[in-house]
Design a protein around this ligand. Structure first.
Ligand SMILES: [Ca+2]
Ligand SMILES: [Ca+2]
Length: 240
């Protein structure tokens, strides 16, 4: 589990619905929200991991990618996007069963991605915000989420309808939530489609894993014992 040790809003409450009646006693639980630390995820291509997020692009360090902008102008890390076309390095990184799985809307040329395996217990919620930014007006570069090998397309340039800078267009920030219990390999990525040029990017922010806290049985037993003793003492007091 690669979550940071930084805990946000660590609240834990045990609520008593009615102190006057054990029959209506209610134990309530709360949640811990832990910020996801993408720095420990496996990386491919152009990736940086600011706190609680990750930025990925399809930019190489070649002048041709975004001419007349300077070489690497849209690259985040100084590491070029990796091959996904004639050399299917990205597909191998993602462990895709079929090398053509990324070829939606065209032939994929290059891209970047991150991946990790996480386990969600019942009640856990993985969530993040994302923004697809692009200079494309022609080829259907896209950003994606991969969950245990199943591709979920987040957006291509036709979804990026808001003006942006320094990119041309963006989708704006959207949110994604996942809460099905299980162990999953998650990957996030962005790819150039139909040629190497004209950069697109995926920016992830506000990523967190929220876990439901269930009181330990010993805590509940202790609570009942303490409350029972308290009620008995009150009853004895009343009868004397
Ligand atoms: Ca490129
Ligand atoms: Ca492109």
């Amino acid at each position: 589990m690669n979550i940071s040790t930084f805990i946000k809003n660590p609240t834990f409450k045990v609520g008593l619905a009615s102190l006057g009646s054990l029959g209506s006693l209610a134990i309530t639980t709360s949640a811990l929200a832990a910020q996801l630390d993408f720095s420990s995820w496996q990386k491919f291509g152009d990736v940086i991991t600011p706190e609680g997020g990750a930025n990925l692009s399809t930019a190489s360090l070649q002048f041709q990618d975004d001419a007349p902008a300077s070489a690497g102008a849209f690259n985040y890390s100084g590491i070029p996007a990796g091959d996904a076309g004639f050399y299917p390095d990205l597909q191998n990184f993602l462990a895709l069963a079929d090398l053509s799985d990324l070829d939606i809307g065209g032939f994929v040329f290059e891209g970047s991605a991150i991946k990790n395996t996480l386990t969600l217990a019942a009640g856990d919620t993985l969530s993040f915000d994302w923004n697809f930014r692009t200079n494309e007006t022609l080829n259907k570069d896209f950003a994606f989420l991969l969950v245990n090998g199943t591709l979920i397309k987040l957006a291509d340039f036709t979804d990026a309808t808001q003006a942006d800078s320094p990119f041309l267009q963006k989708t704006g920030i959207r949110s994604y939530t996942f809460s099905t219990p299980g162990t999953y390999t998650f990957a996030l990525g962005v790819v150039d489609v139909d040629d190497y040029g004209t950069t697109s990017a995926l920016e992830i922010s506000n990523a967190k894993l929220e876990r439901v806290l269930v009181p330990e049985p010993s805590t509940i037993l202790g609570l009942f014992t303490a409350l029972g003793c308290s009620v008995i003492r009150r009853l004895r007091k009343k009868s004397t």
